[in-house]
Design a binder for this molecule. Sequence first.
Ligand code: CAA
Length: 394
Amino acid sequence: MRFDLSEEHLAVQEAARDFAQKELKPGVIERDSTMAYPKDQVRMMGELGFLGMMTSPEYGGGGMDTLSYVLAMEEISKVDNSCSVIMSVNNSLVCWGLETYGTEEQKAKYLPKLASGEHIGAFCLSEPEAGSDATSQRTTAIDMGDHYLLNGTKNWITNGGTSAIHLVIAQTDADKGHRGINCLIVETSWDGVEIGAKEDKLGIRSSDTHTIMYTDVKVPKENRVGADGFGFKFAMKTLAGGRIGIAAQALGIAGGAYELALAYSQERSAFGKEIFKHQAIGFKLADMATQIEAAKMMVYRAAWLKDQGMDYAAASSMAKLFASETAIKVAVEAVQVHGGYGFVKEYHVERLMRDAKITQIYEGTSEIQRVVISRELVRNNAYLPIAAMEAETV
Ligand code: CAA
């Protein structure tokens, strides 16, 4: 198992850190308070190549590996998790899903604008009554011969208010259960697509999360992704990669909170010395750093497995499960290290603590990650010990 950071990886990491500190940090508290969408910041992310990092250069992307994407997600998530979730959905759910499973025509038509950030994409799986239980799709895509007629409601849709392109998961043939589900590319300018109000959330407040209603939307047949009935598997395979992005986001939240707490503990004195020198605080920072180190190994390893073409479903769920729990624990402790200052917005850690919670919920709750992991333990011996696993390819 290797995940040495190459010169290229280090350059991506530095570029993302630089961008986050210089361009995202100055307005992040204000945007969190007002829920203002980070329009200029998203434009800059597009210009810098952060919105199509893994997309092939022939479709206008950066052609980078998953580890590069993880490193960039981590740095941006230390500062602004509204920006990093916008980035994550566009990169790993929309661009990656389309490039991996789309037709040549679909890729040529949609990817260049998505990868450059000219268009933003959304992944529309969740419904009011189908969140964790994703096979119970109520949205229907009825086969009308040359097109599908799409009807239904999706909710908790990241990029819901700003996206030009939706990947919509819908049931075509209820008798076939999950094998009757399709994924359709929908342009939001089409008749029948309606965007609900922006959600007022605990964290990631400036990202745009909306309910979307589809009423008799005509979707051309050529906009179906993959074979008829592949939609549920498309969602599962795409989410396995998406979860690496959210794991990287959680790792970034933990890292950002830790860095702030470490710096504060060396600036602040109490009882005649820096608070870091009190064992009560020094031990907290030791635990935080240890947990982050463990999470980092898991997240980088999941990215590495994906880059090697190996089976990464279990590793991705494990990384998301562990990193999101680390994000919560570390962010809560970072607030504690700051004392009263940690409870006010100016010091940033309370926002990171609020942002951390969603990483245990979206792209599969922690409970769903345990479902995936436990099934992988016995599925065709899919989860092998590390050495054996690395000899396997999928
Ligand atoms: N790759 C390929 N196929 C897969 C797969 C994978 N990783 N995981 C499951 N499948 C296949 C199964 O093999 C099965 O196919 P067959 O019957 O042909 O063998 C089919 O999918 C159904 O699988 P299950 O029987 O396991 O289905 P289930 O209903 O028992 O459970 C689940 C599936 C894992 C719980 C799934 O419903 C799930 O992941 N739920 C969570 C959904 C989720 O993550 N939502 C997040 C919304 S997106 C989001 O948050 C984005 C955002 O905006 C930030």
